[in-house]
Design a protein around this ligand. Structure first.
Ligand code: ADP
Length: 253
């Protein structure tokens, strides 16, 4: 089986600050990979590179066998056309810490927007798909509410439905619960878990260690822009090999 995602020797800097220092990672269909690590270790930047929200200087990322971009020392980076970028972006769906819903549109209009505008789908077809996903995240009864009339957890569930309605090959979740009040975290994690159980391929950044342990097929511990330790959750949480990971886990409890 060929991998859905292959990241090879990925390097990314912001000015003089090298944030990713050679990341290698492979994901198969149905994998759920959690990125953990201290703040500033490069987790979000890695997700943003996969979604082409960030450019990178060296290395390569392949999604479903197609190169997103690469540059090796001395080799000029291939310029990607707008069309290529749009196609690659369509392969990934991303949910953010801040939900980024359009405030002047109802929940269902938010979910429909990408389908009608980007995918050029007819309105009734888009409506049916949006209904299906709102149902799935438990938001069908609020379909005609505006974001301002919804709780943070509800807005996040709509945002997740919006990303998944586009039928991405892989979903990227960037700390989707960290802007939420504690009592709202559970309902969003339940939605993510439900999608994982259903076989959705996911790469997620999370501070919820218990959740990462329960839901992941693999956990990747990042430190200072490198993968410091990785493995199945039982190993990472149950038998960490390095002091650094042990220290991180002790502080995360
Ligand atoms: P994490 O998600 O692990 O907390 P990030 O990927 O957000 O880490 O950030 C890694 C480092 O890159 C941090 O030092 C952060 O300040 C820096 N950084 C992130 N985004 C930018 C940016 N747009 N410009 C400059 N520095 C950035």
């Amino acid at each position: 089986m060929s991998p859905i995602l292959t990241i090879t020797d990925l390097h990314k800097s912001f000015g003089d600050l090298e944030v990713l220092k050679g990341i290698d990672m492979t994901m198969q269909k149905g994998d759920v990979v959690s990125l953990i690590g201290s703040s500033g270790s490069g987790k979000t930047t890695l997700l943003r590179c996969v979604n082409l929200l960030e450019d990178f200087e060296r290395g390569s990322i392949e999604l479903d066998g197609e190169a997103i971009g690469y540059r090796h020392e001395g080799v000029e980076r291939r310029r990607l056309s707008e069309r290529h970028i749009a196609r690659q972006r369509a392969m990934t769906g991303m949910a953010f810490q801040q939900f980024n819903l359009f405030p002047h549109m109802t929940a269902i209009r938010n979910v429909m927007l990408g389908l009608t505008k980007t995918k050029k789908m007819a309105k009734d077809e888009a409506y049916a798909i949006a209904e299906k996903w709102l149902e799935r995240v438990g938001m069908i009864e609020r379909r005609d509410h505006f974001p301002g009339q919804l709780s943070g957890g509800q807005q996040q569930r709509v945002a997740i439905a919006r990303a998944i309605a586009m039928n991405p090959r892989i979903m990227l979740f960037d700390e989707v619960t960290s802007a939420l009040d504690p009592e709202l975290v559970k309902e969003v994690l339940a939605v993510v878990r439900d999608l994982a159980d259903d076989g959705m391929t996911m790469l997620l950044v999370t501070h919820e260690m218990r959740f990462a342990r329960d839901v992941s097929s693999k956990v990747v511990f990042m430190h200072h822009g490198r993968i410091h330790e990785e493995g199945p959750p039982e190993q990472i949480f149950g038998a960490p090999e390095t002091d650094r990971l042990r220290g991180f886990l002790a502080n995360s409890e």
